[in-house]
Design a protein around this ligand. Structure first.
Ligand code: SF4
Ligand code: SF4
Length: 110
């Protein structure tokens, strides 16, 4: 019966959860979210690919330069952002869109 006061108290409390995406949420400052990459700044040095602990980044510095990030693997540690000598990577303060199919988590950035 000790649980009864707790139950009654919680009936009148606001919920701890947010109804996202139906209600907007305020993200805390420094939130590591959606991945952005700036081709103009990138020098294809591959430092981000080397430092990524989960192998989510692929840099191809061949004739046709390419940059890919697999958001299905990314753990949002921001090591790539810190390591980039050109400030080309940002983990934005916004939520990453969810992909249902595994094959669609790889972003080929240009
Ligand atoms: S570390 Fe920065 S400059 Fe180097 S390949 Fe990655 S994004 Fe480009
Ligand atoms: S945030 Fe971390 S896990 Fe994600 S791509 Fe960068 S280094 Fe890799």
């Amino acid at each position: 019966m000790r649980i009864l006061p707790e139950v009654i108290k919680n009936l009148f409390r606001k919920p701890f959860t947010h109804k996202y995406p139906y209600q907007p949420i305020v993200l805390p400052h420094g939130f590591r979210g959606d991945f952005s990459w700036d081709r103009e700044k990138c020098v294809f040095c591959e430092e981000c690919e080397r430092i990524c602990p989960v192998g989510a980044i692929r840099v191809d510095r061949g004739d046709v330069k390419k940059f890919e990030v697999d958001m299905g693997k990314c753990i949002f540690c921001a090591e790539c952002e810190k390591a980039c000598p050109k400030d080309a990577i940002r983990l934005e303060e916004k939520i990453t869109p969810v992909e249902i199919e595994r094959s669609r988590t790889i972003r080929k950035l240009q």
